[in-house]
Design a protein around this ligand. Structure first.
Ligand SMILES: C[S@@+](CC[C@H](N)C(=O)[O-])C[C@H]1O[C@@H](n2cnc3c(N)ncnc32)[C@H](O)[C@@H]1O
Length: 610
């Protein structure tokens, strides 16, 4: 089966070839995705970067682009398969760098998607190749009581992680950036894996500890009910009585939800947005002219931030004795605070844990992971293990791969990244900083080329094309307000840069005038002498150009997957450059509409012949 797994992955040469092709196209498109929509009017971005009129652009994107029907079986039409990459470069004018042929541009964006490049390994092939005598799940199926983004992610990923762990013959899993511990909990509860969850946020680990303490008493009740539910489910399936089954599941669901709710009401459980939270908290603190890019991203992902009670309910199943809080009050990268104390605590907990017959353990730990982190400093009983990361933001995904390649005891890695705008880029700033480990680029080819995306382009890579394609709207009006505000700020106040932020003013405003006045206050600019009529003049002057902004953002959305492909292929090529890796691949794990950051970078080390 190892041979099978290997044949299912892209060969190193194929991955490198795909990377070079994508890089060539993205390079031509960089001026578009590096542009700030805040500066859309002040810098005349449309006139500078796009030749055709906005309506023609929108029309072409709808007709031919990724917003249109996907290619059947994710492959380009035959006539395009033989196409030379040169043709796509001609979507842009050689001299002016303007986008001239939108039809070609739209085809190119599809052509350079991961599925069309043929470098992804289907999840089923990976699972099939890894198949062994897996013990599998312990009987509680998450989809019985979970039906949302996080449960989708956790369910798919934990099955894969369990298969990899079995294949490698390991029991220990280190969940990097474990957050509230959803994945960790599932891996330990359902697959009896020995899981450590490491997160830099002490409030996350505190939360996990507190929740587990409060919910201990629900464990047995839940477990027996879970089994009951499974029994009745199979009976009902045999009797083909789906309606009753639904009712049965609903009952359990509601009960768990009530528990979760009551805890929330008592304020004992900190409910945090999960996946994009780190990204969005960061985004609100960006410098003024990046706020709109953040809006563009969050506008397509807003419901990601809603953590469902159902997911919370799943955490009810954790045994409490097994979990202790190792949090330090702050993240102090590189230094372990009270290390000895923590280690002693760990040993005592391990002993306790072994005695626990209730379920396997998930141990949340607080530590800030860097490329230099020694896991054995944090986990005293580190053994042969695998690293996993679900939506590890920015450099954390890159560092996970670096730690994996450097440490022989880490046998496998499965990492789904997110928040590409938080990546550190080696070639972004001119200052030399030789000893830093960068999040991008990782592979030799892009390093040799001195490749730089830039923050805005990386921000674009966070956009969710699939969601826009199924009808989710881009926040065009708020972006328009912000772009016109920028004109006012520059023309009336002479300000081009500010350390202050407009933030989420749009949603609080009742009109454009209200928006401008609130924003000026936030920027500490005096609006007392600015009459409403003057504000409205600006609005009137630009309102007919809102379609330019819409078309421009659509171009960015269409390009987003190409930039993500570049970042993911960089990671894959880095793995393929390493000598000790038997298998590495990119695997699409999630439904991108539910979970836009859906690709896992997976690798397995060479194992000594037995
Ligand atoms: C997007 S959240 C994902 C949380 C969790 N894996 C999930 O899917 O629910 C990313 C998490 O990584 C943590 N994190 C970010 N940088 C980190 C670092 N350098 N070391 C450890 N954790 C980090 C954050 O605190 C946050 O909880």
């Amino acid at each position: 089966s190892r041979r099978r797994a290997r044949s299912a992955a892209a060969a190193p040469a194929a991955a490198a070839r795909a990377l070079r092709r994508v890089a060539r196209f993205v390079e031509r498109a960089l001026p578009l995705c590096r542009a700030h929509t805040v500066e859309f009017f002040t810098r005349g971005l449309w006139q500078r970067l796009v030749a055709p009129p906005p309506d023609a652009v929108l029309e072409a994107l709808r007709a031919a682009g990724p917003l249109a029907r996907p290619w059947r079986r994710a492959r380009a039409p035959r006539r395009l398969r033989a196409v030379n990459d040169d043709i796509f470069s001609s979507a842009f004018c050689e001299n002016s760098e303007k986008l001239t042929n939108v039809h070609l541009f739209a085809l190119a964006a599809k052509y350079y998607s991961l599925s069309n490049l043929g470098v992804c390994t289907p999840l089923e092939d990976v699972l099939e190749a890894l198949k062994g005598d897996s013990e599998g799940a312990t009987g509680i199926k998450p989809d019985e009581f979970m039906n949302n983004k996080k449960s989708h992610e956790v369910q798919v990923m934990s099955e894969l992680v369990d298969s990899i762990a079995n294949y490698c013959g390991i029991k220990q899993v280190i969940d990097i950036g474990s957050g509230k511990g959803y994945l960790s909990s599932f891996l330990s509860m359902q697959y009896n894996l020995k899981v450590y969850g490491i997160d830099s946020s002490s409030s996350n680990t505190n939360g996990a500890h507190e929740r587990n303490r409060k919910l201990k008493k629900h464990w047995r009740a839940y477990q027996s009910r879970g089994k009951e539910s499974l029994k009745s489910q199979s009976l009902e399936m045999a009797n083909d009585r789906p309606v009753e089954h639904e009712l049965n599941c609903k009952k359990i669901n509601e009960e768990l939800l009530n528990n979760a709710n009551s805890l929330q009401n008592q304020g004992q459980v900190i409910i945090q947005d999960v996946v994009p939270s780190c990204g969005f908290t960061e985004m609100t603190a960006l410098e003024t002219n990046t706020e709109t890019e953040a809006d563009l991203v969050s506008g397509t992902q807003s419901h990601e931030t809603k953590l469902s009670e159902e997911v919370l309910a799943v955490l009810n199943v954790l045994p409490v004795d097994a979990v202790e809080d190792f949090s330090s009050s702050h993240c102090n990268c590189g230094e372990l605070c009270e290390e000895e104390k923590v280690q002693r605590k760990m040993i005592s907990l391990k002993t306790k844990a072994r005695k626990s017959s209730e379920s396997n353990l998930y141990l949340p730990l607080t530590s800030c992971i860097t490329a230099e982190t020694e896991l054995s400093d944090i986990i005293t009983d580190l053994e042969d293990c695998m690293m996993v990361g679900l939506h590890t933001c920015g450099d954390l995904a890159a560092n996970t791969l670096r730690i994996f390649t450097a440490k022989p005891e880490i046998k496998a890695v499965c990492s789904v990244g997110c928040c590409y705008h938080l990546l550190s880029e080696q070639f972004e700033n001119q200052e030399e900083c030789h000893d830093q480990v960068w999040g991008f680029p990782m592979c030799q080819y892009l390093k040799d080329k001195g490749w730089c995306c830039g923050r805005n382009a990386r921000m674009s890579a966070c956009l969710a094309l699939e969601r826009v394609a199924v009808g989710q709207m881009l926040p065009t009006e708020s972006l328009f307000y912000r772009a016109v505000l920028q004109v006012i700020i520059e023309e009336i106040y002479g300000v081009t840069k500010s350390d202050r932020h407009v933030g989420k003013t749009f949603s609080k405003s009742s009109s454009f005038i209200d928006y401008v006045r609130r924003s000026l206050k936030k920027l500490e600019l005096d609006d007392s002498k600015l009459p409403d009529s003057c504000i409205m003049d600006y609005y009137e002057k630009y309102k007919d150009r809102m379609n330019e902004l819409e078309a421009f953002n659509m171009l960015k959305v269409v390009l987003a997957p190409c930039i993500e492909v570049l970042i993911l292929l960089d990671r894959l090529c880095y793995l393929k450059e390493q000598e000790n890796i038997a298998w590495s691949g990119l695997v699409k794990l999630f439904d991108p509409v539910k979970s836009p950051r859906c690709y896992a970078v997976i690798a397995l080390k060479n194992q000594p012949c037995s």
